[in-house]
Design a protein around this ligand. Structure first.
Ligand code: FAD
Length: 295
């Protein structure tokens, strides 16, 4: 199913993200994660596309998405990066997706890795969006967006101007980078609407469950830590069990606030952690259901 239909039929979308197992592990190692997530009311599950984009990882993304669709009956969205790919390689991937009846793609530029010589067919995610839509307009294309601005941009305003190019190229749904302060999201939404972007935007939420995770996450994606959350992390820094509980509670509070403020969807970065994804989903299950009940 093309996920564009979801946005017409539901008031609130709830989706999950998983990543392929490490390069050295077989795809089978994700079975337990998918089995655990199957009980959750997810409208779709997106599968990341390994940084570096080696052929093994590329095939794993498609293989896992195909499993999600055929074995678990949930719609998959495949992440696809372009900065290190030629047009011929992207065509090969699109054909592979078509062969597996996968219709939904999150079109991304990908991070620029100084150790990998970029290919020059695609500079920005918007180039990939245009290319996919021209190649086969039946693909549904989503894009990424950044409530605090992408780190390569000079300002949030400039980043939103570029986001508009991506949407005009054919991205009809956006998913945000994780953030810990909902005010950043609300301010971003005001600016996005002023810029004439009207496609549904799902808020990306990552539950923080360990001290090492917060350090890695903040340094990788530059999301700022609001004082309230920084205090919580500091207080429980040396008590892993307490920090995990507090991180889950914080994510739930963020989600409930976002839903109360009419967010179009919640995209939960599960980090393949079934226990955490289940705890969060169970805490908001009735809220999700109530949002989608007919009036
Ligand atoms: P772009 O939209 O191209 O933006 C990148 C920068 O270029 C921004 O500063 C933007 O303002 C600027 N820009 C964009 N268009 C133009 C233009 N036309 N002219 C001038 N400047 C422009 N990475 C992975 O490797 N694998 C994944 O699976 C993955 N999944 C992700 C999922 C989500 C929801 C998000 C938010 C990110 C994900 N990423 C993933 C990370 C992403 O690849 C990086 O953040 C990357 O640096 C930017 O990708 P993008 O698609 O947002 O790029």
């Amino acid at each position: 199913m093309n996920i564009k239909h979801l946005f017409h039929s539901k008031k609130l979308i709830y989706s999950l993200e998983v990543f392929p197992p490490k390069k050295t592990s077989s795809v089978d190692t994700i079975y337990n994660t998918l089995l655990g997530l199957r009980g959750l009311p997810a409208d779709f599950i997106s599968v990341t596309y390994g940084a570096g984009g080696s052929d093994t990882q590329k095939n794993k993304t498609c293989e896992i998405a195909s499993l999600i669709k055929s074995e678990y009956g949930i719609e998959p969205v495949v992440h696809l990066t372009c900065v290190n790919s030629s047009k011929a390689e992207i065509i090969q991937t699109l054909e592979q997706l078509k062969a597996h009846r996968i219709e939904n793609i999150l079109a991304l530029r990908g991070d620029i890795n100084p150790d990998i010589k970029p290919k020059h067919d695609f500079q920005h995610a918007s180039d990939l969006v245009t290319f996919i839509k021209e190649y086969d307009s039946s693909f549904h294309v989503s894009g990424a967006c950044y409530p605090e601005g992408h780190c390569d941009s000079n300002s949030l305003e400039e980043d939103i101007e570029h986001l508009k190019i991506k949407v005009d190229a054919g991205a009809t749904h956006l998913m945000t980078q994780l953030f810990f302060d909902n005010d950043h999201f609300y301010q971003f939404m005001d600016k996005v609407i002023q810029a004439g972007i009207t496609v549904p935007i799902e808020a990306g939420i990552m539950p923080i469950t360990s001290k090492s995770q917060i350090e890695r996450t903040v340094s990788m994606c530059g999301a700022s830590l609001p004082p309230k959350f920084a205090k919580i992390i500091n207080k429980y820094a040396n008590n892993p069990a307490a920090l995990k509980e507090a991180g889950i509670a914080y994510a739930i509070e963020q989600i409930i606030d976002l839903i109360s403020n009419q967010v179009a969807g919640i995209h939960l970065y599960t980090m393949n952690n079934v226990e955490v994804a289940t705890k969060i989903t169970d805490s908001i299950r009735n809220i999700i259901l109530s949002c989608n009940q007919p009036n």
